[in-house]
Design a protein. Structure first.
Length: 349
């Protein structure tokens, strides 16, 4: 099979790799229908996180089950499935408490499973999925191919944007500020609107992303960042601040902006993959009674919740994909996102 491999910073290759096989009774093999490049994939691509050896990459996919182990009962051969970006055993304490992202035996694409076997990346033609029953979500069919992009967002970015909003306890009447205009930030705008926020303010300086943010429910857009951005927000709100800020970047600057954007007693939901050393100033939180919650999204919990809205057309998060390429052109997909020529790139094997 063909699969994308990261060999070094800036070096994405599409190579022939062995087809995966079932290695345990809880495994499934999935033929990938669509995968994509994530903003967090850019950290190793840019050399921010190290690549110690070449390895498969990608962690978002929609595909069809082609084989299943004898212990797999929740999905079957022929099912169209969505895989969350992290795979969980479904039995540990964290899983039982509804937080599979913190599974004690969590498996990530391109790493090793709980038994020490290497796993495939999602940016390939096939993938072995450990913990298939507790990870994969079957999509009831028949499924219009036009829905594939939105279904694919549930694997990560839409579920992650939703996690930001849930962590910030967004509810009817809230004024919400979203820091970050990548795919996750845009999905956070959509999630906040879906949960009934009265006003959603998107921080974005890119016209194409500003337009999509408005279409996803942003009532206002602010182009400034940092202290200037917070000043613009307060001017917009007549001197007030937001009830909730959603931090969707993962840098020191984005966290500082989110904290400064919320009122006393406000909330911050954070989902930006930490990069650049973001820290929480405890005294600021203490003095302002600001609640901060978030982290890695439990996508497996959110997929069944969000799936009906995608299937009904109530939400269309797949619009974050503004470029589609064949898997063979994965290197160009990374370049396009790294150079901000694309918000998010969909790959078709």
């Amino acid at each position: 099979m063909l699969a994308a491999v990261i060999a070094a910073p800036g070096d994405i290759r599409v190579e022939e790799r062995p087809d995966p096989v079932l290695l345990g009774p809880r495994d499934a093999i999935v033929r990938v229908v669509a995968a994509c490049v994530c903003g967090s994939d850019l950290w190793p691509y840019r050399g921010v996180t190290p690549t110690r050896a070449p390895h498969p990459i990608g962690h978002e996919l929609v595909g069809v089950v082609t084989a299943a182990g004898e212990a797999v009962t929740q999905v079957a051969v022929g099912d169209l499935v969505i895989s969350p970006f992290s795979l969980a055993d479904g039995t540990c304490q964290a899983c039982r408490a509804g937080m599979p992202a913190a599974c004690e035996h969590v498996v990530f694409f391109g790493a090793r499973d709980a038994d020490g076997h290497p796993t495939d990346g999602a940016q390939g033609e096939l993938a072995r999925i450990p913990f298939a029953d507790s990870s994969l979500v079957a999509v009831p069919g028949p499924v219009d191919d036009a829905l594939i992009p939105s279904l694919l967002t549930l694997a990560d970015v839409m579920s992650t944007g939703h996690h930001a909003a849930v962590s910030g306890r967004v509810g009817p009447g809230d004024v919400v500020a979203v820091v970050g205009d990548g795919a996750v930030g845009l999905c956070a705008v959509l999630a906040a609107s879906r949960l009934g926020a009265a006003r959603v303010i998107a921080f974005s300086r890119h016209p194409d992303r500003q337009e999509l943010a408005r279409e996803f429910g942003a009532t206002d857009v602010i182009a400034e960042r940092g202290e200037e951005g917070v000043a613009a927000l307060r001017a917009l709100l007549g001197g007030d601040r937001a009830d909730v800020a959603l931090e969707c970047v993962g840098t020191r600057e984005s966290m500082a902006q989110a904290l400064a954007a919320v009122r006393g007693g406000g909330r911050v939901g954070y989902v930006g993959v930490p990069n650049g050393g973001p820290e929480l100033p405890v005294r600021t939180l203490f003095d302002g009674n600001i609640a901060v919650a978030g982290g890695m999204a439990p996508a497996r919990v959110y997929i069944p919740e969000l799936l009906p809205d995608v299937l009904s057309g109530a939400i269309d998060p797949g619009r974050v994909f503004d470029l589609e390429l064949p898997l063979a052109e994965a290197a160009e997909a990374y370049r396009a996102m790294d150079e901000r020529r694309a918000i998010k790139v969909l790959l078709r094997p």
